[in-house]
Design a protein around this ligand. Structure first.
Ligand code: GLC
Length: 488
């Protein structure tokens, strides 16, 4: 057990204090609605016009459950996807193109009451977490930075550490405290439906939600381009020199076509350039790509094919790795993962992706475990130290995740006590045994597979952003080990 008490955790956090990181590209506001009981759900399904004077057509909801809409335009399409998501207990994100919404759905959404607003998007969530962990410098780049958005970044460390690159009048780019760097941009708001575990009846069927999770209706503002303007882009090599690592994400917002004729290919090529520029003067710079729930299979494939060849580490949940495998043509293995969640299949899938794109590391997070898969170091003694360090990074990540699940937010390092006090889940020992058997099999002689069971919080306050918390905690901790000692 690497962390016996809060002091051990605090000591580990001190290792992260000399790390500087670049984060791109997605931050937004998350409007959260909690669906805590069947009555909360029945209220949404109410046929008697209670929300926005809109009458819900339950037969249409049932029809839509069969047709599985991937883009949402009506309340019935949304409710169908919500019920399907609740049935599976898996995380889902669906794009919402405002111009395409039915007038009914607009009215319905306008009248819907949300419980709270928080910072969202990988850049937003990760910047705030790393700020309170006192990283030296966090460059949080997001194309849209409204005043409201910039105020939601919280410089909570012992010094203001979240910066935004700003072009000054003299043509130079300066890293400015993000709270003062806002522009005249619109605010992107995503709507998050967080449901708890409960059972309910729908269409004469009793549905038992297997676990608390969330469905995201993600807005797609026309002005949002996953891109960095030329003036800032030309500074990326210098910026890269002064940082240790980067986390990139948000590619799920890229559209196939824009009104000005630009295409997804255009933005993917630019995104690849950004990473190459960041690395151009710093060959040691480590880049982690955090995947997301992407509805469109073609877009999924492009994210992997364009970007995996230029990054070092990949963070994924179980559904995401299954979806990637499907895009790569391994539909059988993908189906198996989605259906049975067997760790053997997840490991096989990870190996396929790791080898195909020559990644340094894959990190998988599921409800029951967090796992790193990477190549072994030949020297056995060194490799043993590496395994111990990887394990520690994962332990740290589960503590972060369970603290956040329990409290909804992590507000200080002291809050990590909540995670530390949460026991591992009941399958922990079984998972460790399974992985140790797989590691010893001939197929994996060249690999380290390191697993730490999750600390599951029974009734999580919220689940949105847990994956980002795990991935960034594990990755930054890994990079700190690379930087602060020479073993890895
Ligand atoms: C995605 C969503 C965002 C949410 C985040 C959490 O980026 O678009 O709304 O906060 O995932 O992981």
């Amino acid at each position: 057990m690497p962390f016996k008490n809060l002091n051990d955790v605090k000591e580990h956090c001190e290792n992260l204090e000399n790390i500087a990181i670049f984060l791109g590209y997605n931050a937004n506001v998350d409007a959260l609605k909690y669906i805590s009981s069947k009555n909360d759900l029945y209220e949404l399904l109410d046929e008697k016009n209670n929300i926005g004077d809109v009458k819900i057509d339950i037969d249409k909801v049932i029809e839509n459950m069969a047709s599985y809409p991937r883009e949402i335009k009506t309340p019935e399409e949304f409710l169908a996807r919500l019920i399907l998501a609740m049935k599976s207990g898996k995380p889902v994100e669906i794009p919402l193109i405002s111009a395409n919404l039915s007038p009914n759905f607009k009215k319905w959404l306008e009248d819907l009451k949300f419980n709270e607003k928080r910072i969202g998007g990988q850049v937003g969530i990760i910047a705030n977490l790393l700020s309170l962990l006192n990283l030296e410098k966090i460059i949080a780049y997001t194309p849209l930075l409204s005043k409201k958005q910039s105020e939601m970044f919280e410089n909570k460390g012992n010094h203001a550490n979240i910066f935004y690159p700003v072009l000054k009048k003299d043509g130079k780019v300066s890293l400015t405290n993000i709270n003062n760097a806002y522009k005249d941009d619109e605010t992107k708001i995503n709507r998050i439906f967080e449901y708890k575990e409960f059972d309910f009846e729908f269409n004469n069927e009793k549905i038992d939600i297997p676990r608390a999770n969330r469905l995201i209706l993600a807005s797609r503002p026309e002005n949002l381009r996953i891109d960095i303007s030329e003036d800032i882009k030309k500074e990326l090599p210098e910026m890269g020199k002064d940082i240790d690592c980067a986390i990139v994400s948000g590619y799920q917002s890229i559209k196939e076509k824009y009104s000005d004729g630009k295409t997804d290919e255009y933005y993917f090529k630019r995104a690849v350039e950004d990473i190459k520029l960041l690395k151009s003067k710093n060959l040691d710079l480590k880049v982690h790509l955090e995947f997301a729930s992407v509805q469109n299979p073609l877009l999924r494939k492009k994210i992997v094919e364009y970007l995996y060849p230029v990054v070092d580490c990949a963070g994924l949940d179980e559904t995401e790795i299954a979806n990637i495998l499907n895009s790569l043509g391994y539909s059988e293995l993908s189906e198996k993962i989605l259906k049975d969640s067997r760790i053997e299949d997840v490991i096989e899938a990870s190996k396929i992706v790791l080898e195909k794109y020559d990644l340094e590391m894959i990190q998988i997070h599921t409800i029951f475990y967090i796992m790193f898969i990477c190549k072994k170091i030949e020297d056995k003694a060194k490799n043993d130290i590496k395994i111990a360090q990887l394990k520690k990074s994962l332990e740290f990540a589960t503590i972060l995740a369970s603290s956040k699940a329990k409290n909804g937010l992590i507000t200080s390092i002291e809050d990590l006590k909540m995670g530390l006090d949460t026991p591992y889940n009941q399958y922990g020992d079984l998972l460790i045994d399974l992985v140790s058997n797989i590691s010893n099999s001939s197929e994996f002689t060249e690999y380290n597979i390191v697993l730490v069971p999750s600390r599951i919080v029974k009734n999580p306050k919220s689940t949105v952003g847990l994956g980002d918390t795990i991935s960034s905690g594990a990755f930054v901790s890994y990079v700190a080990d690379l930087k602060n000692n020479n073993v890895l």
